[in-house]
Design a protein around this ligand. Sequence first.
Ligand SMILES: C[S@@+](CC[C@H](N)C(=O)[O-])C[C@H]1O[C@@H](n2cnc3c(N)ncnc32)[C@H](O)[C@@H]1O
Length: 281
Amino acid sequence: MLSYQHTYHAGNHADIFKHILLGDIVAGMQQKPSPMYLLDAFASRGIYDLTSTEAQKNREFETGIGKLWPMRHQTVAAGVKRWFKLIEAENCDGSYHRFPGSTALLASMLRDSDRLAACDLHPQEFESLRQGFKSSRKLTLHKRDAFEALGALLPPKEKRGVVFLDPSYENKTEYSDIANVISKVYPHFRAGVYVIWYPLLPAARHQDLFKELKRSGIRKILRVELDCGDCFPDMQMHGSGLLIINPPWHAKQAMQSSLSWINQNLTQGKGITSLGWLVPE
Ligand SMILES: C[S@@+](CC[C@H](N)C(=O)[O-])C[C@H]1O[C@@H](n2cnc3c(N)ncnc32)[C@H](O)[C@@H]1O
């Protein structure tokens, strides 16, 4: 069942959190000059049109990017600046209506020696991805199941990289499915940085993800979270988080600055931020 389309939610508070912090993680890895491989396992379409019927249905972007856009010149957090610059580069009319998703963000950060692979199984999403991005030596697009692709594409020849896992969680078993697939691929790519996004919903199913990952025996799992409390009363999702396996040391300070900026400007400081080990070294 693939009914989820991210355009309905693009630009909301969770996108802001996940894209800015993902950028910080990649930038942290790029402190070292050696080449790296990026895998966007649940890519969606790469660029979202916020004027589309889908995005206009619930207008989730209004309390996300819509709220932050006027503040784009008022930040010192490097990750936030980088993200605003990317949105500016996508829009020649000064708006944010062409909203970059994870693939656009990762593609914009590629150095000459880095490579990016992006997968999506949804026919419409994949077609948009194909139209928006040209395959090249540096960028490959895969219409394939992410769970299968992880086994097939890892470990990469670069021996270092970031694997971004951003499923739609349409199916409630996906929380444990994600933990299980990581447990399977991790022994083949121990040096990899795995970044898993999860929503904070009333049912709190992200606890299944935590439980299974703790059980896997994998160490060095950082948990970064923004709980927005009741700042978004029209949405069920009251926040979101990232689990980062093998977080790059250099990214920690940048993530902390981004997180504070996002909380201050998105929730006026009413949200609760956390950054600490789910499983330490
Ligand atoms: C939350 S969206 C991704 C958003 C995107 N990462 C971003 O930040 O812009 C999840 C995507 O995963 C895709 N998807 C769901 N299950 C999949 C699977 N088993 N294999 C590949 N793609 C899948 C959906 O079609 C959807 O486009």
